[in-house]
Design a protein around this ligand. Structure first.
Ligand SMILES: NC(=O)c1ccc[n+]([C@@H]2O[C@H](COP(=O)([O-])OP(=O)(O)OC[C@H]3O[C@@H](n4cnc5c(N)ncnc54)[C@H](OP(=O)(O)O)[C@@H]3O)[C@@H](O)[C@H]2O)c1
Length: 279
């Protein structure tokens, strides 16, 4: 049990890959989750050559699909004897409305259902290790967003930006609710800052342009964007901290709406219900 194991989703690119490199350099066994084996191969080679740590595994899954997350959870449980950290990072924005084969709007499915299903599936394993952590990458894009519970899957209309912002608000509410429910595992979330990554790369260039513009103004590199992910996943300083939101490794307040406990419960119940339907 001496070796520390971490699962990082969306670790084939951007902030997730930057976090994986630093965490691997600290000696962790790192399980990268991604959907593209070629990108994963390149990512693994780069991590090993940068860190000398070859304890790097790849799990392939399309995280917009609940059924794939169930399979992934079983694979993780078979491969690892224990799990110390789950870093939920994979996410993106879809410029057009896409409904997955499972009937969920893709931004909601990838950004929120993914975090919910993987975390709740792995919670028994996380609970077995002392001091385990869940870290959720959210965003300050949640500020100003509120959840329309009748439009979870864009039934009444779709705005790519609104869907993205709401999914990031859900990430924060999910984290707060999880922290309240758990006494063995901590749960924290973070804003990485505007960082020029491949986010929205496959979906037209509007999202990329916004991120590029923001990253220039705020001058955050991809490595800077990984700072709180690394800190919350590994630092002794936050060993007993739970239910908080961070930026640049400092606790900050999230939006007023994000502290609405009724909405924490409502969104939890919606995710749980989809999870059960899609077993
Ligand atoms: N960049 C920013 O300015 C910014 C700001 C605030 C919050 N964030 C958050 O930071 C996190 C990381 O984003 P990033 O900026 O690093 O973007 P990125 O470079 O596009 O990386 C996203 C990662 O998630 C993976 N991913 C996306 N959809 C997936 C799916 N359906 N199944 C499996 N993997 C999937 C991608 O895989 P592929 O390589 O296969 O695409 C990639 O590895 C996201 O949660 C995002 O919301 C980013």
């Amino acid at each position: 049990m001496n070796e520390k194991n971490i699962i990082i989703t969306g670790a084939t690119d951007g902030i997730g890959l930057a976090a994986a490199k630093t965490i691997a350099s600290q000696g962790y066994r790192v399980g990268l989750v991604g959907r593209n084996p070629d990108k994963a191969k390149t990512a693994i080679e780069s991590i090993i050559s940068h860190t000398g740590n070859d304890k790097i595994d790849f799990f392939q899954a399309d995280l917009s699909l609940v059924k794939e997350i169930h399979k992934l959870s079983n694979q993780i449980k078979q491969k690892y004897s224990h799990l110390n950290v789950l870093l939920n990072n994979a996410g993106g924005a879809n410029r057009y409305k896409i409904i997955t084969d499972e009937g969920l709007e893709k931004t909601f499915a990838t950004n929120q259902m993914n975090y919910f299903v993987l975390t709740t599936n792995l919670m028994d394993m996380l609970s077995e290790s002392h001091g385990s952590r869940v870290v959720n990458v959210a965003s300050n894009a949640h500020i100003g967003a509120s959840i329309d519970f009748d439009n979870i899957n864009s039934e009444k209309g779709h705005s790519w930006w609104k869907s993205y912002c709401i999914s990031k608000l859900m990430n924060i509410m999910f984290t707060y609710r999880l922290a309240e429910m758990q006494d063995k595992v901590t749960a924290n979330c973070l804003h990485p800052g505007f960082v020029d990554t491949n986010i929205g790369g496959n979906e037209g260039n509007v999202i990329k342009k916004i991120v590029k513009f923001g990253s220039r103004i705020f001058a955050r590199t991809v490595q800077d964007g990984a700072d709180s992910s690394i800190y919350l996943s590994t630092s002794d300083e936050v060993e007993n901290i739970t239910g908080k939101y961070f930026f640049k490794c400092k606790e900050i307040k999230s939006s007023k709406v994000s502290y609405n406990k009724d909405h924490w419960i409502k969104i939890w119940d919606i995710c749980q219900s989809y999870k059960e339907q899609l077993l």
